[in-house]
Ligand binder design. Structure first.
Ligand code: GLT
Ligand code: MN
Ligand code: MN
Length: 416
């Protein structure tokens, strides 16, 4: 059978099995969540250092149309996802933005976030904040332009993953100088934003820094969300109040951190404004798998944290549909299933927060044993010893809730 004959049959099979999976939500329900879909994720053709592409690139208007059909009401983009580098900051940019603005309106999709590419083009090979003044001046113009694109498309957020901010060889780069220079670029973006917000009569954007630990340089100057928080507080930024963080789940897991704890630290700092959702493995490269495909229990706990602490920012589906998924599969399986897993876990997180067993156990733990000699460690331990068994009980209950056992899921009778 030829390739073209087999494809419709295989698509029909995929569609039938996807329907058989069940558990999907309507586009209306999906739109109620603040879930955004990146242009670069949907258009990713599957290439990497060791990988040839496996898919056709997908233009923005088509991505926007497909997101609308799925029920993803928010769209995010890099400057160069939609405008070729040589067309940036030219009249061609305005033409492209007009077309995209129309596509967004026609499909009822909003651009929620824009970001600048400071990692791919050869001009960034020694970082956007290196020695050469012309590179730095160009980087500043690019970030200012990202802000301008954001206002033109009605975005609320700008995200900056600094990309190549780091080095391959120790001793070549003066780290404090490079960080100061990077701060100058962020300051330029904030200043441009304040000026544009005034002339456009729009609120300023919320600028969010994103960290990634192991790439694309051998050593990075801002490899974790905690490093970003320290950078925001360093005194180098002229508008620290305009700058928050965009942690990515996998980027915190990659270095061996606990994403939940990293999110908690950003929440306490009042800087958790935007969140890239995906999944993967500890101490590996940035595999960017779909949300909860690897760590559903951890994801449940992340959402419990975010729900109980009132996080109300976007959830940006920053993953890469795998190379084994076809162009058809990207919009039929990959995106809808990612959105549905997220919504299901969000709902399950609500169940966990309302669970009477967990609530009673938590209350008991918080109350403690009561009156006991406050200076006697042994006595305090003995008085609480039975209570602490509840830690394991709560962990068990969370797994029960994740698996649906608390609702009386029917188990196989292994004896028969
Ligand atoms: C790149 C990176 C992502 C960032 C994007 C925003 S670029 O794909 O791996 O995690 O969120 O610049
Ligand atoms: Mn990301
Ligand atoms: Mn990533």
């Amino acid at each position: 059978m030829s390739q073209t004959e087999s494809q419709p049959r295989q698509r029909a099979l995929v569609a039938r099995l996807m329907a058989a999976c069940g558990g999907s939500y309507s586009p209306e329900v999906r739109r109620k969540f603040r879930i955004s879909g990146p242009q670069w994720a949907a258009a990713y053709p599957g290439q990497a250092l060791f990988h040839a592409p496996t898919r056709e690139p997908v233009p923005p208007a088509r991505v926007i149309e497909c997101f609308a059909a799925i029920g993803i009401g928010l769209w995010t983009t890099h400057d160069t996802d939609i405008i070729a580098t040589e067309d940036l900051m030219t009249p061609k940019q305005d033409e492209i933005l007009d077309v995209i603005d129309r596509a967004l309106r026609q499909n009822g999709v909003k651009c929620s976030m824009v970001t600048g590419e400071t990692f791919h083009h050869p001009v960034w090979s020694a970082s956007p904040a290196g020695e050469q003044p012309e590179v730095r001046a160009y980087a500043r113009r690019r970030l200012e332009n990202v802000v301008a694109i954001g206002h033109r498309l009605g975005a609320e957020f700008a995200v900056y993953w600094p990309g190549t901010l780091g080095y391959q060889f120790q001793g070549v780069v003066d780290e404090p100088r490079m960080l100061r220079r990077y701060a100058e670029a962020i300051n330029a973006a904030c200043d441009k934003d304040l000026a544009l917000a005034q002339t456009e009569g729009r609120p300023p954007l919320r600028h969010c820094l994103e960290a990634k630990p192991f790439e694309p340089q051998a050593e990075l100057l801002l490899p974790t969300t905690d490093a970003m928080l320290a950078f925001i507080d360093s005194g180098l930024l002229s508008h620290p109040e305009m700058v928050g963080v965009n942690p990515e789940y996998l980027h915190e897991l990659m270095w061996g951190g606990a994403p939940r704890a990293a999110l908690a630290r950003a929440l306490l700092a009042g800087k958790l404004w935007h969140f890239d959702v995906n999944d993967g493995y500890r101490l590996k490269h940035d595999v960017d798998l779909g949300v909860a495909l690897v760590n559903p229990l951890d994801w449940l706990n992340v959402l419990i944290l975010l729900r109980s602490h009132g996080y109300d920012g976007p959830f940006n589906l920053d993953y890469k549909p795998p190379r084994t998924t076809s162009n058809y599969g990207v919009f039929e399986v990959s995106f809808p299933s990612a959105v549905d897993r997220f919504i299901t876990l969000w709902e399950i997180a609500g169940e966990a927060l309302a669970d009477p067993v967990i609530a009673e156990a938590t209350r008991a733990l918080e109350a403690g044993a009561g009156e006991v000699d406050a200076s006697d460690a042994g006595a305090i331990f003995e008085a609480n010893r039975e209570l602490w068994t509840l830690h394991e009980l709560i962990a068990h209950r969370l797994v029960q809730i994740l698996l649906g056992l608390h609702r009386g899921r029917v188990l196989l009778d292994l004896g028969s």
